[in-house]
Design a protein around this ligand. Sequence first.
Ligand code: HEC
Length: 391
Amino acid sequence: MKIYTKYQSLFSISITLVLFALTAITNSYQYDSTSRYDTKFENNAWVDTISTNLSGKQLYNKACATCHGANGKGTPKDQLGLQAQPADFTKCNFASREPNGDWLAVAHQGGPTRGFSTQMPAFGEALPEKDLQKILNHIRSFCTDDNWPRGELNMPRPLLTEKAYPEDEAVFTTSIDVENEGAVNNEIVYEQRFGARNQVEIVVPFGYRQQPGGNWTGGHLGDMAVGVKRALFHNYDSGTILSLTGEVIFPTGDTGSGLGKGTTVLEPFASFGQLLPANGFFHAQTGLELPLIREAGDEAFWRAAIGKSFNPNPWGRTWSPMVEVVGSREFESGTATHWDIVPQMQVTLNTRQHIMLNIGVRIPADDPARDSQFMVYILWDWFDGGFFEGW
Ligand code: HEC
């Protein structure tokens, strides 16, 4: 399976870095008001030449309250004669997670720009963006519990580093060894929030292996895991979120095919996310793997990713190139530290922006004898709608 040489790996890193640099240069001078991940840092740039003297509340009452209700709860659709029910903005569980970028897109362009009903009208021509922003600030006041982390802190997910944001999402990741013996590892991660700051996750890995004779054996289950995450700290103004997760990895895997450790492993870790200016973002995660059978050896790992989101079409999909670095080390003396570098690109696939694809290459940086892996995931933010909704 030697379809990917080291030179090709270097080539793909360079391409990603160049893309990344180009994006950074071309985007830093113009404010990109439509990214779903931003709005906070450059709010001043909203300032429009046309200025209305009405407050956000007054504008909301004039333009939105008929359908959304002066109290933000949403007028019953039957009363309005509509098929779609205007959302209840007082529900923090819903409102807190929707980033301003998405709401602005809907208010400016109308429902269909995010795969919603045409019964949500477009206001982009009637109201300048500055006024729409004031209205959004007023809509934000309907959820009165700031225990809920804001959706802006839910930054694009790297291939390996776990986000700090508690999420309702399902992620299917495949990594394919592209050198030496073939191996395909798949992982399904299911995450569900509970309460304002918590999340449970279930991880089900399974893999396929190429045998020395060239044949493939398949469908082996790996070590399944269950974890609980809690956001300890989050602050929209500083763009920061920090969480702790405790995970238990069970020895369900087939050790014979290299898919299991053969012992229960405890994995505590911390994850950190930080919004950066100009739609940039940074993730870091560090933790321990502590096998219950002591001879298996404890391990420490750390991962970090830096990236930037951009929208070539103002109201359209979001592209997020990132570079990720992952490292791990067994505590036993004399073992080497492993380093991998993972250039990658995430893109939102559908109109609603809740189905995302990420493609990258995991390249060993310390030991050329280890395999490079091609990695890809499909992420479904299932709270925002069914997999086939909003395309
Ligand atoms: C004619 C009625 C009507 C008016 C007026 C109206 N909306 Fe809506 N709005 C809707 C409906 C209906 C939906 C739900 C669409 C759906 O679920 O498919 C909606 C959805 C939305 C959403 C999407 C929420 C989500 O699910 O993420 C936002 C944001 C929004 N409206 C903002 C506004 C703002 C801001 C104004 C005023 C500037 C406004 N709306 C005025 C009917 C209206």
